[in-house]
Design a binder for this molecule. Sequence first.
Ligand code: G6Q
Length: 548
Amino acid sequence: MTRLRQLPAWQNLQDHYEQICNTHLREWFAEDPLRFKKFSLKQSSILLDYSKNRITEETRTLLVALAKQSGLREHIDALFSGGLVNTTEQRPALHTALRNVGGGPVLVDGKDVMPAVRQQLAKMRTFVDDIYTGNWRGYNGQAITDVVNIGIGGSDLGPVMVTEALKPYRMPRGVKVHFMSNVDGSHVVDILNHVQPETTLFIIASKSFTTQESLSNALTVRRWMQDRLSHPDQLAQHFVAVTADRDKAMEFGLPEENIFEFWDWVGGRYSLWSAVGLSVALYLGMDNFEELLAGAHEMDEHFRQAPFEENMPVLMGLLGIWYSNFFGSQTHAILPYDQHLHRFSAYFQQGDMESNGKSVTRDGEAVDYTTGPIIWGETGTNGQHAYFQLLHQGTRPISADFIAPVKTYYPINDHQTILIANFFAQTRALMMGKTQTEVRAELQAEGLSEAEIDRLAPHKVLEGNRPTNTVLIDKLTPRSLGSLIALYEHKIFVQGTIWQINPFDQWGVEFGKRTTSEVLKALSGEGEEMKDSDASTRELMAYYRENS
Ligand code: G6Q
């Protein structure tokens, strides 16, 4: 594998950067009335305007060349066809198969996985029907009114984000959903205080079924439930599991029919599309869950087939590379202008940072360039009254995605127009900035003296030239949300491929889990004292023991 910085396109981009890095976006917009047309595209229900980026047509050509020289086409083919793209764990990463519902076979080890995928979807549908028709009831015959998903990380963040995003599509008189992720007893108690044992269903979502937080929470909840039952078999009416390790779920005490399966070729942070989405399906209904899958599938097909110059995830991925590796950006903000998307940035904080937070190439060589950016953000309008100041006038180069629906689900008064006015205003302001001359003219018009103008003007100048993508969704629906999520998943894949890293492992997270087990054993007196532990950790544990 030729190292990234040795690729001819990389060198060309470096030279090109030197040529254009001082050009202001204002100039490019003034020169070219067709700029929006040249740098925007529509796919499914999503319009991407990337014209407010610091690029020319030549930049795009050079970035696309980088993608081609990085073998992106071959990597995409491998991703979809079950190639071992998770190189360290020697596994495919086939989240796309989970939404390939009407599509052809997908082979893993020579075996088509689609029948198993369809079987689990059918099982989910039956289960959702059973809950709503009252075929499945709690131990004393009452209908289920509350569903608690016990899971963390990839087994939590997706369902939380999607159920929040699609609130208007919840089942009429449907179940309430709760998400118990933190091992902090406060989280457990907060949720148990809001549900009744006889009408609550717990979903233990854990791919490995060994994650300490989820298992501790599940055990506590099981005890809480057992105290109320007259017969141990009644437990099965209140617990189901979603896991890739059926045996462990059975050891926990669940009958086989209460176990929904997914597979080791589904990464945790890409597992929303599997039975990990059971809480979503219960909340929205199975038809809406399948719409979500269909929307993602549409984006998959686009990603697989569109030429790179017109390929939304490829272009977004390349723009990120442009800023990270040539402009030296360290962070990228995701800013949804939709209250229901308030967990979207957090979801892709995991999606992106856990995937591309790597510093070694697939071949095990240390990288000599920057990889995954720090992803952050929350709903846009609130952010405008908080951290946007740094976006406008701070010293760090930051790129951002602005996301909004055109049509709102709740057309009350003029809220949507005001929201969208804010949305357009911010990307324009970030792009245009305000020059010294403009600031002085404005202050003069306000009647300020020359001395006052001299004092104030430097503070009111805004450099502008801050790059943004605008992502407009026709309306936030299960289908369009599916496409939007898949867009970001594939963007991450594009970047991981170009950076020559494996976006599908997470050894840092695993190391954290293992270290916790050692500390826990020492702290709870079950294991050896951590003799080789450093003075800081040892003393902190001692302090905790004395004072807790
Ligand atoms: C995701 C990560 C991580 C994982 C959780 C939960 O890609 O590996 O966030 O999802 O640690 O793991 P389990 O589902 O195995 O409990």
